[in-house]
Design a protein around this ligand. Structure first.
Ligand code: UDP
Length: 247
């Protein structure tokens, strides 16, 4: 077993791996070489809220091979618990993994987003990363997942990015484990929308300040109901726990 457990921090019932981008890439290399389907989760406070009410989803997070802190909510919570950890977003990790895959001749596949979005994302990514070997892709709106698993099985990609939002993407990945050939799978949320040029990523300054959520909420106001109350509720629980530990 690759030894990255030392970087593991328990946060409200889930183990988070406090790894840098460099370490995450190293670990991904190791996971891709394993003879099984492996799973990376980039966790955020909304996922904690979902897991509170969805036992299957909570278990899937526990079974994941690597769980990295995506978003300011998680890094803030870790800070409150006394750990200084930097964030590692799904979109950044996903993109770096694609570049790695291209450089090493690793076949990749995409599942998720609307049909025209995934088509455009494929075109854009292929032109940005010319050596990228995309052996399969499908939109994220399907009735029968078995058709997608069959497609993945036949194409045999070693790296699969799934962008259907939580908890669907994580469940899709978990159910794939017994069906498709060994591969590393990662949920990337709305990344295909950004790569397709449908949605603009927050300017660097927002990213630096950890205010990407604010930018996305201003541009896609429906998100407000997802961030609130998930983010403040989550932080209140973390603070409660921390205070409880201190007394
Ligand atoms: N999506 C999908 N299938 C569905 C529902 C959503 O493929 O049944 C896609 C949607 O088109 C979008 C992504 O999942 O591309 C959801 O991204 P969201 O912004 O909700 O995820 P986040 O980045 O917030 O995790």
């Amino acid at each position: 077993m690759y030894n990255y457990s030392m970087k593991q921090i328990e946060l409200m019932g889930f183990n988070i791996n406090a790894v840098s981008m460099y370490e995450a890439i190293e670990i991904s290399r190791y996971l891709i070489d394993l003879d099984k389907v492996t799973h990376i989760i980039t966790i955020n406070p909304e996922m904690y809220e979902i897991a509170n009410e969805d036992y299957e989803f909570a278990q899937i997070i526990r079974w994941a091979d690597l769980v990295v802190p995506d978003g300011i909510g998680i890094t803030l919570a870790l800070r409150i618990m006394g750990h200084k950890v930097s964030r590692l977003t799904g979109i950044d990790l996903g993109y770096r993994l694609l570049k790695e895959a291209a450089a090493n001749g690793i076949p990749v596949a995409f599942v998720g987003a609307k049909n025209h979005v995934i088509e455009n994302a494929v075109k854009n990514l292929q032109s940005k990363i010319p050596d990228l070997n995309i052996v399969y892709y499908h939109d994220g709106y399907f009735d029968n997942p078995m058709e997608i698993y069959e497609g993945l099985k036949q194409a045999s990609p070693k790296l699969i990015l799934v962008g259907m939002g939580a908890p669907y993407q994580e469940k899709f990945i978990n159910n794939a484990k017994k069906i498709i050939n060994p591969a590393l799978m990662i949920g990337v949320g709305g990344s295909f929308d950004v790569w397709a040029g449908e949605v603009k990523r927050a300017p660097k300054i927002y990213q630096k300040l950890g205010l990407e959520w604010l930018y996305r909420t201003l541009n896609e106001p429906y998100r407000i109901t997802r961030i609130f109350p998930a983010l403040p509720l989550f932080l209140i629980r973390v603070i409660n726990k921390r205070l409880g530990e201190k007394v």
